[in-house]
Design a binder for this molecule. Structure first.
Ligand code: IPM
Ligand code: MN
Length: 368
């Protein structure tokens, strides 16, 4: 990516310390390719690093009943970054691993930015007719610790015909302000010609929570006179992302809307085989987590058919955000070369190569 965030390494003199959570399904396969690319780029860039692999995920949960084991968070707090493969196991009920592992990590480590680039790489097919890489290159900054994701709510008269279920969205001034301020900084740093930050919300209906977002956005905007601002309701944003994706530079939005529009963004950029995201805690000492956006794709497990590009892109983001932007940019260039010249599709099983071969092609392209 063109705009690395300031480095969050604790010390430049010790090896980069990365926790690796390969997770479930195809998570370990794509993680292996990301680590292969890390090994290659670290060798040529002179980056020293150490890995600690953690067996957290569905299998461990089925065996022990634990999602994050005791002491797990403290262990992660000693790391410079986390690489996560995928979470989701067919024998574990929906919600357990998502809430107990993925969301809990985001919340407990206060990773309040979910940074999701939407960039169409060369050679990658988008479902948008007549559009190419020049048209699709924007970034979504999704708030990552509040909103409907807080788990605030409850039932009344559960299981009866009179049942009531309440699920509340929680927004705080602190929570939206730190996200909005980070998004302004990022827009400034990204330095695209548009230099525009668009707030995406639903102020016409969510007249309390999104009014707080709106007022905070206006307040913080005063500190960034060089950044242009815009506003879209989320429904209109879905329309514009399809119709005029080239109009966007950076979008800042709430957790739930960010979840939804980044799946739309993911498909615009060629699908979950490509889309990566960073869960950032940008505060001093904060530990950030990098992941391919796709799930564990159980049906492809062990078949060497899943696309590792998203995980490799996540590794590029990890390096950019831990003080190695040149290594991240090298991976970005290598990936673009591979998608542009070597892959027939980004869909699992139709890439023209296996998972491991794609990793090898990216490693080879690093040397170009
Ligand atoms: C994502 C995922 C998660 C989310 C799920 C798995 C809890 O969809 O990272 O976008 O909703 O944030
Ligand atoms: Mn999602």
């Amino acid at each position: 990516m063109s705009a690395p965030a300031p480095a969050r390494r604790r010390s430049p003199n010790v090896p980069l310390s990365i926790a690796v959570i390969p997770g479930d399904g195809t998570g370990p396969e794509v993680t292996a390719e990301a680590l292969k690319v890390l090994a290659a780029v670290a060798g040529s860039e002179g980056i020293r690093y150490e890995l600690e692999t953690l067996d957290w995920g569905g299998e461990r949960y089925l065996r022990t009943g634990e999602t994050i084991p005791p002491g797990g968070l403290d262990l992660l707090r000693t790391k410079d970054a986390i690489l996560l493969g995928a979470i989701g196991h067919p024998q574990v009920a929906p919600g357990i691993l998502e809430k107990g592992l993925l969301l809990d990590l985001r919340f407990q480590l206060d990773q309040y930015i979910n940074l999701r680039p939407v960039k169409l790489l060369p050679g990658v097919e988008t479902p948008l007719a007549g559009r190419g890489p020049a048209d699709i290159d924007f970034v979504v900054v999704r708030e990552n610790t509040e909103d409907l994701y807080c788990g605030v709510g409850g039932y009344l008269k559960k299981g009866t015909p009179d049942e009531v279920a309440v699920q509340q969205a929680v927004y705080t001034r602190k929570g939206c302000e730190r996200c909005i301020r980070w998004a302004f900084d990022y827009t400034r740093r990204r330095n695209s010609l548009k230099k525009t930050l668009t707030l995406v919300a639903k102020t016409n209906v969510l007249t309390f929570g999104h009014d707080l977002w709106w007022r905070t956005f206006q307040d913080v905007a005063k500190e960034y006179p060089d950044v242009k601002t815009d506003y879209n309701h989320v429904d209109a944003c879905c329309m514009w992302m399809v119709k005029n994706p080239d109009a966007y530079d950076v979008i800042v939005t709430t957790n739930m809307f960010g979840d939804i529009i980044t799946d739309l963004g993911g498909i615009l950029q060629g699908g979950m085989g490509v889309a990566a995201g960073a869960n950032l805690n940008p505060d001093p000492g904060g530990v950030s987590m990098f992941e391919p956006m796709g799930g564990s794709a159980p049906k492809y497990t062990g078949t060497d058919q899943i696309n590792p590009i998203a995980a490799i892109n996540a590794m590029a983001m990890l390096l950019e955000h831990t003080g190695h932007p040149q290594a991240g940019a090298r991976i970005d260039r290598a990936v673009a070369r591979v998608t542009g010249t070597k892959m027939s599709s980004q869909a699992a099983g139709r890439m023209g190569h296996g998972t491991r071969a794609i990793g090898d092609l990216v490693v080879a392209a690093l040397a170009d």
